[in-house]
Every structure is written in structure tokens, then in C-alpha cells.
Design a protein around this ligand. Structure first.
Ligand SMILES: NC(=O)c1ccc[n+]([C@@H]2O[C@H](COP(=O)([O-])OP(=O)(O)OC[C@H]3O[C@@H](n4cnc5c(N)ncnc54)[C@H](OP(=O)(O)O)[C@@H]3O)[C@@H](O)[C@H]2O)c1
Length: 269
């Protein structure tokens, strides 16, 4: 039987690479995005259908899932990939920016998950892959809100994995380090305040370092491979790091004060 994957945020980067990889492995792909009308190249791919889905709009989630079921008849895996990074000093972020970061990265991911659980449960099988980040395990400077959103995704997924396992549903976390995508350009939102300059020097250094890391990084296809493994390896493994630069291992094995000293040296030099 043909397998079906639904992916959020499939317009660019990791989501798009994941859509292409699954299609190349003979899966049927529901590539969802906010503006499918712009995805000319994906439109031409067989067994890949575009559906409009904005994770902050519950109606669009329900409609995209219903359309996927109508078109492909089932959903075997869901990849919660849509997200972006709000960075900068916490003090400079507006209430609206803070809420939007969580509406997208956390509540949007939960809303999609909530809609698909009954479907996967009735099939007695399925995989939910949540795209987190190294920042979901080790919070870097000037990333308090992005890290908070990904820490939330980590806690949510870790708990949910226990809860859904008896129903044959596996929950997986993908934890990428820097990956060259639009994350470092149009998906990078900077918290700024015209009257606040005390952080400028340190933040600019961090931003330069982070964006350079993104520029020199591998592309989204490396993460797509990890998503593929997570969906198909048949294990109960929860976490899959990708290009983590050793950060996750160091975070695990080093005493916290030592790790934090090292992080300061690396990210705020
Ligand atoms: N690149 C990295 O270094 C890196 C590292 C760790 C984790 N990640 C995570 O990887 C995921 C994908 O990011 P990426 O690197 O592939 O960046 P990207 O190329 O900018 O892709 C982000 C995707 O999220 C979509 N999106 C944003 N808000 C949305 C919403 N409200 N509803 C639906 N889709 C929405 C964007 O859609 P539009 O085209 O409509 O804007 C775009 O398709 C994110 O969750 C990010 O946090 C990335």
C-alpha cells in the first residue's frame, strides 16, 4: 500500500527537501504551505500535491488534512516543520513578536498534531516528526524566545511519545544545528527597539557568527535524510541530531558551568 506523508512549511528549505526526498522514495506527499500558488516547481512533481496550510489558522489545518485524506486516502507520517526564528535581546521583543513565535513554532505544531492523532490512532500506526533544533536542548545567547519555543517542542514531544506509543504511533524529534536555508534570511526575525542600544555590540557579534554559520552549513537535504530515517527506521528512538557540531554531546557530558563558559567563548567572542 502507498504510504502518505504530510509536511508543513514545505515551500522552502528543510520542508521542501523532505517533500522531494519522500516523493523520490515512492511515498505520496501532501506538501503543505501558506502560499502554494508560488510553488511552481513542486507543482510539476508526480505523487506530490500542494495544499494550503497556515499552522496559525485552525481552519486551514482541518481543510488541508481533509483534502489529503480525500486525495490520498490515508496519512502515515506527519512532519511538523513550519517554523522561524525570532532572535535578539528579549527586552527588545514586542508582545506581538513573542506571541507570534509561539503561535507558529509551538501552538501551530500542537494544532496540527491534535488533528492528526485520531487519524493515526484509528489506523493503529503512524509517525509524528517534530522539527526542533539544537536550540531546543542548548539555548544559545540572544535566542531566548526561539529557544523557549523549541524547548517547548522538546518537552511536548518527549511526553507525547510515551502517551501515543501504545497506539502504534511513534513521536520523533529532529534537532538540526545550522542548515543553509531561508532561516537565516527571510525567516529570521530580529527583535529591535529604537531606544535600546545596550545590547548592540554583543548582539551584532552573535548575529554575524550565527548567519555565517548558516551560510557555511549543509543544505536541507541532510535534515530530510534524518526525517526519512526517523519515519522509516522502525525504532522507538526519540531524538535525531543533524549537523549539531558536537553541541548536543557536549551539553550532555560537560558540567553545566563548563558548557556555559564554552558557549560564551564560542558565541559571544
Ligand atoms: N535552518 C536551520 O539552521 C535550522 C536549524 C534548526 C532548526 N530549524 C527548523 O527547521 C524548520 C524549517 O526551517 P528552514 O530552515 O527550512 O527555514 P525556511 O526555509 O525559512 O522554512 C521555513 C518554513 O516555515 C514556513 N512557515 C513559517 N510560518 C508558517 C506558518 N504560520 N504556517 C505554515 N508555514 C509556515 C515557511 O513558509 P513561508 O514560505 O510561507 O514563509 C517556510 O516554508 C523550522 O522549524 C526551524 O526552526 C532550522
Amino acid at each position: 500500500m502507498d504510504k502518505v506523508v504530510l509536511i508543513t512549511g514545505a515551500s522552502t528549505g528543510i520542508g521542501k527537501e523532505t517533500a522531494k526526498l519522500f516523493q523520490s522514495k515512492n511515498w505520496k506527499v501532501a506538501a503543505t504551505m501558506r502560499s502554494p500558488e508560488n510553488a511552481e516547481d513542486l507543482k510539476k512533481i508526480v505523487d506530490l500535491r500542494l495544499f494550503r496550510l497556515d499552522v496559525t489558522e485552525p481552519d486551514s489545518i482541518r481543510t488541508a488534512i481533509a483534502d489529503t485524506l480525500e486525495h490520498f486516502g490515508r496519512i502515515d507520517a506527519v512532519v511538523n516543520n513550519a517554523g522561524y526564528g525570532l532572535i535578539g535581546p528579549f527586552e527588545a521583543a514586542s508582545e506581538e513578536q513573542i506571541r507570534r513565535q509561539f503561535e507558529t513554532n509551538v501552538f501551530g505544531l500542537m494544532a496540527v498534531t491534535r488533528e492528526v492523532i485520531p487519524i493515526l490512532r484509528s489506523q493503529k500506526r503512524g509517525v509524528i516528526v517534530n522539527v526542533s533544533s539544537v536550540s531546543g536542548i542548548a539555548a544559545l545567547p540572544f535566542s531566548s524566545l526561539y529557544a523557549a519555543s523549541k524547548f517547548a517542542v522538546e518537552g511536548f514531544s518527549e511526553s507525547l511519545a510515551y502517551e501515543l506509543e501504545p497506539f502504534g504511533i511513534r513521536v520523533k524529534l529532529i534537532e538540526p544545528g545550522p542548515i543553509k536555508t531561508d532561516f537565516y534570511s527571510r525567516s529570521e526575525e530580529i527583535a529591535k527597539s529604537e531606544s535600546l542600544h545596550v545590547y548592540d555590540e554583543r548582539f551584532e557579534k552573535f548575529l554575524e557568527f550565527a548567519n555565517k554559520g548558516g551560510e557555511d552549513a549543509p543544505d536541507g537535504s541532510l535534515v530530510a535524510e534524518a526525517v526519512w530515517n526517523a519515519v522509516t527506521d522502525g525504532t522507538k528512538r526519540l531524538r535525531y541530531g543533524v549537523n549539531t557540531k558536537g553541541l548536543l554531546t557536549l551539553r550532555r557530558i560537560l558540567p553545566e558551568s563548563f558548557f556555559r563558559g564554552l558557549a560564551k567563548k564560542i558565541f559571544l567572542r
